[in-house]
Design a protein around this ligand. Structure first.
Ligand code: ADP
Length: 815
């Protein structure tokens, strides 16, 4: 229905009754079903969580991630604690290992110190003897013998001057003065003010690695003049030093050049060999420390290094007092940390096991929660898309089972509500479709949204044409009750949209899509559908087809108007006739009086006879006009009675017969009373005088408008009993000039002779009008059929009289 909007079409409204259900509308409005959502939501399902969308956004995280995080929060401190503990264990193990190595190094160093102190004391006592200080080579034997007795640990003793020359020696051929003087150990010894333990070197005689302990022999002025020299048997030293070493320990003593002097293992193989490079660097650093310390106390160092044999060891290096020697004690790192490694590995295995068990438990818990939630989400998604059959699995933790059960109850309730809504919608749709009222609902912009079939039929539009059509579309328009076109802004829909008020019933003519069709007259009402804020949502118009009532009303008005005009005319005619009749009666009366005068000349008598004839003719006309008018206006009521028809017909035929003979027309009475016993008793409801007037007029016309040697036939027909209308029919059939359709149309108009005025037949055109008025006043009718040139059949229809037991009234005399 028309509105104010200029839009012709809206994007595919889903509102036609047959197409869209309220439920679908509700679901669409709520966004349940689609896609996604659509304002986007999306998609679908999205609108189900509109409330959630309105809540403040919180970072999204997955259940698995959360469980992992929880696991991490619980386990990481435990793992870190375990790591710290293991590290502490390792440090403890290292400390114990270094402690053990240091114990060995210290013990070895101390034993060496005792050895060297013994040697110094022994050599100092020897050097202090006068016989030695005398530097007498001849007194050597007693010195050597005494030395051997006092110091059995030392194999031999030698005394050489500072120039290298030998004074005393047990060797038959001691090394030469030059070779000794050139020896580094000798040079180092003579530079020392007192006792000295040399570096390792290969003995010139024994050709074995050895060290020499020396002590200067001084003269009376304190000047060193000779050296007491005793070699050390490194093999023996090794056995003395390392007799009771733990199996894991490796101990070595190196000289100032870091060459191995003695070693707890592989003595023969390693003696004289340099220590491993890494070990040597640490020993050098140790010596630097010792120099910085100024020899106040022996220094030591702990370090881990790989030995010459490729074994990683934990070393403790410790200075040997009274020499440049250093003791190195090492324990294999792997052996040392074996217990720790075992503990660590067990701990790690335990941690891994705990992690695995915790991970597995977390995974199972996560899965146990996730699966029913996923099932719930899938069911919710289906529900959001309009499918209410899926149910959430009632599994997993109790809380989730409760949620799933409540959700399923909600879905069941929703499905029930939907079914009820659909049933209600069907009922509503059926009701609306079967209403005898056309209903059209327009959107706020005026476009058609909803309509029923009756609206389509009334507007002569298909549903496809209806959908989305704008209210002010030119495909339809309105006219008001006067037939004038209504402006679109005054269309019912436009008025409802503009005023937001219901529209009181109004009559409009409406032209639909079929523009050639005439107006359909409708009674239109309308009302707005408002939202909570008073804004128009829809404008609904309902209209009923009142074309039939409208036409009837128009007819009634026309009839009333015609009747009023007719009444006025009849009144006028009656007054006029009355006014004419009075002087005419006077004229006729005086003319008749004048004709009674016996002295009247024949010429004057003839003239007065014409005046009287004309006056009577005029009076007859006036009487007829007055009669017609009074009958039509209802002023004159005809009193009917049961009139025997046959005698009346015989009378009329008898009266007309002379006229017929004069016109050479055969008058055939097809139903003489004698020949038709049934007719003899036939009586009709009529005024006998009026009935004779009518029959005479029809018979005389049949004769008048006949041809020479023509015929006029009179016949009577009767209908079977039970007919409420006229059931006796008197046919007057002539073989005269006949009448065409145009003549038949105007045959009963007063003073219209339909062309007979040109034939020379006398008449004034009132007879038929008068006869039909009389016939109708008696409850009858006159009809006619005619063919030009072949004749006519005038039929007088009358009602059969119900026999009341009285005899027939006497027939009136013929006029
Ligand atoms: P009038 O006969 O005085 O002219 P009527 O009212 O009796 O007036 O008839 C009206 C007209 O109908 C006649 O003038 C004549 O043209 C036509 N008419 C009547 N009866 C017949 C008939 N039987 N055959 C042919 N025309 C007839």
């Amino acid at each position: 229905m028309p509105s104010m909007s200029g839009n012709e079409r809206r994007p595919e409204p889903k509102s036609r009754l047959q197409a869209a259900s309220p439920l679908e509308s509700v679901l669409e409005a709520d966004g349940v079903g689609g896609a996604a959502t659509s304002d986007g939501r999306a998609p679908a399902g999205e609108r189900l969580i509109d409330g959630a969308a309105a809540a403040p956004a919180t970072p999204s995280w997955k259940l698995g991630t959360g469980v992992l995080a929880l696991l991490a929060i619980c386990l990481v401190p435990a793992v870190v604690g375990a790591a710290v503990y293991l590290n502490h264990l390792r440090e403890m193990a290292l400390r114990d290992a270094y402690g053990a190595a240091d114990l060995v190094a210290t013990g070895t160093s101390e034993r060496l110190r005792w050895l060297l102190q013994d040697a110094e004391a022994m050599l100092a006592s020897v050097a202090a003897r006068p016989r030695v200080r005398a530097l007498d080579p001849g007194g050597c034997d007693p010195i050597l013998a005494e030395f051997r007795v006092v110091n059995p640990a030392y194999k031999t003793l030698a005394l050489r001057r500072t120039d290298g020359s030998s004074l005393c020696s047990e060797l038959r051929q001691p090394p030469s003065q030059q070779s000794v003087l050139a020896s580094p150990w000798f040079q180092a010894a003579i530079r020392q003010p007192g006792f000295h333990a040399s570096d390792g070197h290969v003995g010139a005689v024994t050709n074995e690695w050895t060290v020499r302990l020396t002590h200067p022999v001084k003269d009376g002025s304190g000047q060193a003049v000779a050296l007491l020299i005793t070699p050390v048997d490194l093999q023996q030293l090794q056995q003395r030093l390392f007799a009771q070493l733990p199996a894991s320990a490796v101990v070595a003593v190196v000289d100032s050049a870091n060459r191995v002097l003695v070693r707890s293992t592989l003595q023969d193989e390693r003696v004289g060999k340099p220590a491993a490079a890494g070990v040597g660097q640490v020993i050098d650093a140790l010596r630097r420390d010792a120099r910085r310390a100024g020899g106040r106390a022996p220094v030591s160092r702990q370090f881990a290094e790989t030995g010459f044999d490729g074994v990683r060891r934990l070393f403790v290096a410790r200075q040997v007092p009274m020499s440049d020697w250093v003791v190195i004690s090492g324990v294999a790192q792997e052996e040392t940390l074996q217990a720790y490694d075992m503990t660590r590995n067990r701990s790690l295995a335990g941690i891994v096991m705990v992690l695995a068990i915790a991970g597995l438990a977390a995974w199972r818990v996560s899965r146990g929660i996730r699966r029913p939630i996923q099932g719930l989400a899938a069911a919710a998604r289906s529900v959001a898309q309009g499918d209410l059959t899926p149910r959430a699995p009632e599994a997993g933790p109790t809380e989730i089972r409760v949620v799933a059960r409540e959700f399923n109850s909600m879905v069941v309730a929703t499905a029930d509500a939907r079914d009820r809504l659909r049933a209600s919608e069907r009922e509503y749709r059926t009701l609306l479709q079967n209403l005898p009222v056309a209903v059209v609902s327009h959107a706020r912009d005026g476009s058609v949204e909803l309509f029923n079939d009756r609206a389509c039929a009334l507007l002569r539009m298909t549903p496809e044409q209806m959908k989305g059509t704008a209210a002010d579309s030119p495909v339809w328009h309105f006219v008001d009750a006067r037939g004038e076109r209504v402006e679109p802004r005054d269309y019912p829909v436009a008025r409802v949209l503009r005023t937001r008020l219901p529209l009181s019933p109004q009559t409009f003519g409406i032209v639909g899509a079929d523009a050639v069709a005439a107006h359909t007259w409708v009674l239109v009402t309308g009302y707005p559908q408002l939202d909570d804020k008073g804004r128009v949502l829809h404008a609904v118009v309902a209209f009923v087809d009142i074309s039939a009532q409208h036409d009837a009303e128009q007819l009634r008005l026309a009839k009333e108007s015609a009747e009023a005009a007719s009444q006025a005319k009849s009144d006028f005619m009656a007054r006029l006739s009355h006014e004419l009749r009075t002087p005419l009666n006077a004229i006729n009366g005086f003319t008749q009086l004048m004709l009674l005068d016996p002295q009247l000349q024949d010429k004057r008598r003839a003239q007065l006879g014409h005046v009287l004839s004309a006056g009577e003719h005029l009076l007859s006309l006036i009487n007829q006009v007055l009669d017609i008018s009074s009958i039509e206006s209802g002023q004159q009521r005809v009193a009917t009675q049961a009139v025997p028809l046959a005698p009346l017909l015989d009378t009329c035929v008898a009266i007309c017969r002379p006229l017929a003979q004069a016109k050479a027309v055969e008058l055939v009475d097809a139903c003489p009373v004698s020949g038709a016993p049934a007719l003899a008793s036939l009586r009709v409801e009529a005024d006998p005088t009026r009935l004779r007037q009518v029959l005479m007029n029809l018979l005389s016309n049949a004769v008048k408008y006949n041809r020479p040697n023509g015929s006029v036939k009179l016949a009577v027909r009767q209908d079977a009993a039970g007919n409420n209308g006229p059931d006796v029919h008197v046919d007057i059939t002539d073989s005269g000039i006949g009448l065409g359709p145009a003549q038949l149309e105007r045959l009963f108009e007063p003073f219209n002779r339909v062309g007979a005025e040109r034939t020379g037949v006398e008449g004034h055109g009132l007879g038929l009008a008068h006869s039909r008025a009389l016939a109708r006043s008696m409850g009858g009718e006159i009809t006619v059929t005619s063919q030009p040139g072949q004749g006519s059949c005038f039929t007088l229809h009358l009602r059969r009289a119900i026999d009341n037991g009285h005899g027939p009234d006497p027939l009136p005399a013929a006029r």
